[in-house]
Design a protein around this ligand. Structure first.
Ligand SMILES: [Zn+2]
Length: 386
């Protein structure tokens, strides 16, 4: 098992999934059935929402789901149990993110094995790998390209290029000039393969926007230069930064880290429905009790709590079939969507809303919108319900 880095992106991440709580009627638990059922919209936060209409985006990296923490095995491999919980909570599929050549290969393998999807790219903190490659940066790029071109169709296919971008919080992994150079270099693959991007930007907004703009991605998601849009995932920026991304034609992915501070909540609230996506960044970026999201999460109805946040154990007291505390899982995606729903409810009550179009949407509808955005961006027509 490979070592887990504090940087969650260092491992092939099973990311972006589609929660599809199917077969669930109000006041009942989820079933794994995929039968379409009647929709019962309900706009009250205190009443059950028709979960059969819920769909989510989720992420999770994998070694902790094999029981390995920081390179040490702490408990049995419970990947299949995690998958079962996800499926029972309605997760319809997963996109497994690649964060380096090696991890991208792993992501594609996992995607093929489990019938999910993968992304291929090099995360900013891994960009020194370009220069360490035996055939140099061009060879590294070529290897990424070969992986993409060989896996463009069918189950397990590559649906996005990424992660790619800039991370100035972690320049000890790769200096700024290296990050910039290989961010730009990977954009050539985007133009050539017309795939959406899985973008990462941390404390680097001005440079991030500048490079994208210079390369022709400054508007319409880069479609004028062969691009196909993208999502700026794990968004932790400001209202103004969110506005920039929407103006450029990019979606914005929210997870627990995106809902940490009052400022984060304001920015999350400003995202218009057509640009919103939900994710978890599991096993990182949990929603925690010290975050600004907490009061909203406290309002989560118990029928959802039991599905999205079932009681777990510490790794050293592991019980097969139970989640592990501190290890985020795809099922918590429902909590992300719930917090966003509450933000809009509250803003509407207080007359402070910025994302006015979303403000009257019930929970299920916000989730449905994010699901639809995901299917459209990553071009997954097979996941559209009949
Ligand atoms: Zn990232």
């Amino acid at each position: 098992m490979q070592r887990i880095s504090p940087n969650w992106t260092l491992n092939a991440g099973m990311r972006v999934m589609f929660l599809r709580p199917t077969g669930l009627r109000p006041l009942r638990f989820f079933s794994s059935s995929h039968m379409p059922v009647t929709i019962v919209p309900n706009t009250s936060a205190n009443n059950p929402v028709a979960l059969e209409r819920l769909r989510f985006i989720v992420n999770l990296t994998d070694p902790v789901f094999r029981g390995v923490y920081h390179g040490k095995r702490k408990h049995e491999d419970d990947f299949e149990e995690m998958k079962r919980r996800s499926r029972d909570a309605g997760i319809k599929s997963l996109i497994i993110t690649g964060t380096s050549l090696r991890e991208s290969r792993h992501a594609v393998e996992l995607a093929k094995e489990h019938g999910f999807y993968a992304t291929v790219g090099c995360h900013p903190t891994r960009t020194t790998d370009f220069e360490k490659h035996k055939s140099g940066p061009e060879g590294y790029l070529k290897s990424l390209e070969d992986l993409i071109s060989a896996n463009l169709t069918g189950p397990g296919r590559v649906v996005a290029i990424g992660e790619l971008g800039l991370d100035y919080d972690r320049t000890h992994h790769a200096p700024i000039n290296i990050q910039k150079e290989y961010f730009r270099m990977q954009l050539s693959l985007v133009k050539k393969y017309h795939l959406p991007m899985f973008l990462h930007s941390r404390a680097a907004h001005a440079d991030f926007v500048q490079i994208l703009t210079e390369e022709g991605f400054g508007n319409n998601g880069g479609r004028n230069v062969g691009g196909a849009g993208g999502v700026v995932h794990s968004f932790t920026g400001t209202v103004e930064e969110a506005q920039d991304y929407m103006n450029m034609g990019f979606h914005i992915g929210l997870n627990g880290c995106s809902l940490k501070t009052p400022g984060n909540l304001q920015a999350a609230l400003s995202i218009l429905p057509q640009w919103i996506m939900f994710e978890t960044d599991a096993p990182w970026c949990s929603l925690t009790s010290t975050h600004a999201s907490k009061p909203h999460l406290d309002e989560l109805p118990s029928k959802y709590r039991s599905v999205f946040f079932p009681s777990g154990t510490k790794p050293d007291r592991f019980v097969m079939g139970k989640p592990v505390k501190s290890r985020n899982e795809p099922i918590t995606i429902g909590g992300i969507a719930w917090v966003v729903y509450c933000l809009h409810q509250k803003a509407r009550e207080e007359g402070l809303a910025k994302g006015e179009q979303m403000i009257d949407m019930p929970y299920w509808k916000i989730v449905q919108k994010a699901y639809k955005n995901t299917i459209e961006l990553f071009q997954l027509p097979e996941l559209v319900d009949a």
